[in-house]
Design a binder for this molecule. Structure first.
Ligand code: URA
Length: 230
């Protein structure tokens, strides 16, 4: 890996800030000052120090974001703000969102550079639970809830898998699904003659959206949180 990439991936600064830092001689590789940005290092073996302190190499980064509405779940978009635009300073250029929330959906979104974990969390094989706080246009009847729980026809080949439903108010429910079909929750509500007016993901595979994480804010997962999904 290039030394400047390693340093920026480890939050030392942007690639151009890192270049200037290198020029000032504050970075050593195995005890020798290195000033060249394109110097090639072995991140698993070499000892890289910044201002005398060893940088512990973190191969993978796991970020939890409380996604606001009006932001697209994508890495880059020419016209619209994306969830990655909210991660500043971007600790790693290879980050991507795990799955997708609709533009108007808020709540828990994982962002990582760990492709294997993402694959596992999204694979239909593993049926990772996702819980949504759903605001509905119309009050939900007992039979609506039973239908959502049992599985509904949303126009796909198969009806939806059994879900868990908890009614909080007549137009507000917690819905836990184990699949991740396109616009699934919205289509499920439509299947019972209703409509989603607000949608927030509050948990994902054992991870809950922290109450103190405001919309638009993010942080790295704690070790405990990571153990819940890995
Ligand atoms: N279901 C939806 O309809 N939208 C989302 O963003 C997530 C689940």
């Amino acid at each position: 890996m290039r030394l400047d990439k390693f340093l920026s991936n480890n939050n030392i600064g942007t690639r151009s800030q890192v270049k200037d830092l290198l020029k000032s001689g504050v970075v050593t590789v195995n005890g020798e000052i290195v000033k060249k940005a394109d110097f090639s290092i072995d991140e698993n073996r070499d000892e890289i120090c910044f201002k005398g302190k060893k940088i512990e190499y973190k191969k993978f980064i796991y970020i939890i974001l409380n996604k606001p509405g009006n932001i697209v779940t994508a890495t880059r978009d020419k016209k619209q703000e994306t969830v990655l635009d909210l991660i500043k300073p971007l600790p790693n250029k290879d980050l991507f969102p795990v799955g997708r929330l609709d533009k108007d959906t808020t709540g828990l979104l994982l962002i990582t550079n760990d492709g294997d974990l993402s694959h596992r969390l999204l694979s239909p094989k593993y049926h990772v639970d996702k819980t949504y706080l759903v605001g509905a246009k119309l009050p939900l009847s007992k039979s609506d809830l039973e239908a959502l729980e049992a599985g509904v026809d949303i126009g796909d080949e198969e009806i939806t898998l059994p879900a868990k439903v908890e009614l909080l108010e007549d137009k507000k429910l917690l819905l836990t699904i184990h699949e991740g079909r396109y616009h699934q929750v919205k289509r499920m509500l439509e299947a019972v003659g209703n409509e989603v007016v607000s949608l927030k993901r509050v948990s994902f595979g054992g991870l809950s959206l922290p109450e103190d994480l405001e919309e638009g804010k993010w942080r790295e997962l704690t070790e405990d949180e990571l153990q819940k999904i890995i």
